[in-house]
Design a protein around this ligand. Sequence first.
Ligand code: AMP
Length: 215
Amino acid sequence: MNFVVEDVFAQIIKGEAPAEIVYEDEVVMAFKDINPKASFHVLIVPKLDGLVTGFDVHAENLDIFGRLFLVAKYVSDLEDLDTYKLHMNVGTVGGQVVPRVHLHQLSSDYAPNLACSAATDLVYYEDDDTIAFSHEKPVCEHHVVIQLKNPEFESGLDVRETNLEEFGNLFWVAKSVSQQLGLDGYKLFMNVAPKETTSHFTCFHLLSPDYKTEL
Ligand code: AMP
């Protein structure tokens, strides 16, 4: 996986390059995207070096990946966003440009959207907590829905300090399914909305690289 740019986000984290920081804790930083694709667009970035792409998720760092969802929720509180969209490009083949894990958080005026899907028979992965199945109306060659089974986790807004690993596991299952499918890269998407406005469970979309987006 050859990235052509350097890790500019490392310099921002160290305070050596400018950025409009909207949130920071010991583990994660969120700052405005320099080339926004919506009225609000931030990048949520882990501070730990060595997390280059979504392929770097493993059993020992699920909490860091889960924290990306938690920080998105914190940012939405700070910025008064009711709903937002999360997007991640994984690997250069998946459209990733900067070689450090980053989750895009965009306001709902970011046009691309994906509907949730009822469960289908084509199940790629299942354990006690999580299920991954093919979307009933795929928008690209491989379109997989990853869901948490716990009915308490209805929306991306249900992430807490106490369930970071469960949410981080969504990234791990995405990696695992992508490997089953032989994908060298992929894209991830989640629409985060209050329960009252949505009838479905947390839906994490895994999309093959042929899915076209602005990001
Ligand atoms: P990706 O294509 O998913 O790797 O996204 C990289 C994102 O980083 C793009 O949306 C760029 O606009 C953004 N970006 C690149 N350099 C900077 C920077 N110095 N400060 C803030 N955002 C940046």
